[in-house]
Design a protein around this ligand. Structure first.
Ligand code: AMP
Ligand code: MG
Length: 319
């Protein structure tokens, strides 16, 4: 086992808290993907985080909390915001809200914005660490900026080796895709990133109106739409979507029963289950990328429910 890799335990949790206090970086499992955690109030830790991810400074970080009360110390809420929190937290929903000024969050974590993307993940380890640390945690996904997200501690080691001070292995993440991001500072409220939760279901359950951001209005250089960095989630191998017949030199990412006689292939879900496909997506893309074939080609994925999020990730990975 690598020196910086520890299984989840009381010992590794205590070590993580000690490391966060010492401005170090710690990779942790959430229910969506693995994140690289640091103290969002500390500029030294933040700079280190941006550097190892090679993340542009204009792309702000999601702030993680373990209670609505802690969220209220960081952001101004509203009736709708609190209703969404009560219905979907802890869970894969991130809300963008106006920031409160205090020293819990440094400007750099927010890329200078006056808003905070905040979430309460359903992650036992994250919750325990926030309780002991007594502060919120900034945690972007544990991948090099632009590369495939990490859904397993070994993915984090594959991407960063020992550059992260501590990686805690809590097993595979539960969903395999990132949280849904809603911007509540816009009227009507805007979906900023497709994610595990279908925004139409959020709307239906709460009666709160949410619209998809108009892609023509996205300013790629401006951080107020930072989730919209166009190319993202991309393997090093060029990726092509909606392919039914792979060529000999291709690595093939299949979906559904249609069996195909192709050696370098993985099936996201033989039973065409979109949740299973979401769970496998990033892991299988990383596996196929390692084969170093000419192309990775992906079978058509139905564009419904979480399939929409899968297709959005594949689209960004393909451009
Ligand atoms: P990740 O870095 O993979 O955890 O993704 C976090 C996403 O949240 C990125 O797309 C960020 O650009 C986005 N984000 C974080 N803070 C804000 C904010 N204040 N306003 C809009 N988007 C944000
Ligand atoms: Mg990410």
């Amino acid at each position: 086992m690598k020196q910086n890799l520890m299984k989840e335990s009381n010992e590794s949790i205590n070590k993580a808290v000690e490391y966060l206090e010492k401005k170090k970086l710690v990779a942790l499992k959430t229910e969506t993907v693995y994140g690289i955690a640091c103290d969002p109030g500390n500029i030294y830790a933040l700079k280190k985080l941006y550097k190892i991810k090679q993340r542009p400074f204009y792309n702000p970080l999601i702030i993680h909390v373990n209670s609505i009360d802690l969220a209220k110390k960081i952001v101004h809420t509203s009736k709708d915001a609190e209703y969404l929190m009560k219905n979907f937290w802890p869970g894969p929903l991130t809300l963008i809200l106006p920031r409160k000024l205090n020293n819990l969050i440094h400007d750099l974590a927010l890329s200078g914005l006056q808003t905070v993307a905040i979430r309460f993940p359903k992650s036992g380890i994250m919750s325990k660490i926030i309780t002991k640390f007594q502060k919120p945690i900034a945690a972007p996904s544990a991948n090099e900026s632009g590369y495939i997200s990490a859904t397993d501690a070994n993915h984090v080691i594959d991407s960063f080796g020992n550059k992260i001070d501590l990686v805690i292995d809590s097993g595979r993440t539960n969903y395999g895709l990132e949280s849904t991001i809603l911007d509540l500072t816009k009227k009507p409220y805007q979906l900023k990133r497709h994610g595990v939760l279908d925004y139409k279901i959020i709307s239906k359950k709460t009666g709160i109106k949410i619209v998809e951001e108009d892609p023509r209005k996205i300013d790629l250089k401006k951080p107020n739409s930072p989730g919209q960095l166009l190319k993202h989630y991309a393997p090093k191998t060029p990726l092509f979507t909606n392919v039914t017949e792979p060529m000999q030199d291709d690595a093939f990412l299949n979906f559904g029963k249609k069996s195909i006689n192709h050696q370098a292939s993985l099936n996201l879900s033989v039973s065409a289950d979109l949740d299973e496909a979401a769970y496998n997506l990033f892991d299988f893309l990383r596996k196929l990328d390692k084969l170093k074939k000419k192309r990775i080609v992906v079978a058509p994925i139905p564009n419904t429910g979480i399939g929409k999020t899968i297709n959005e990730r594949l689209f960004r990975a393909s451009i």
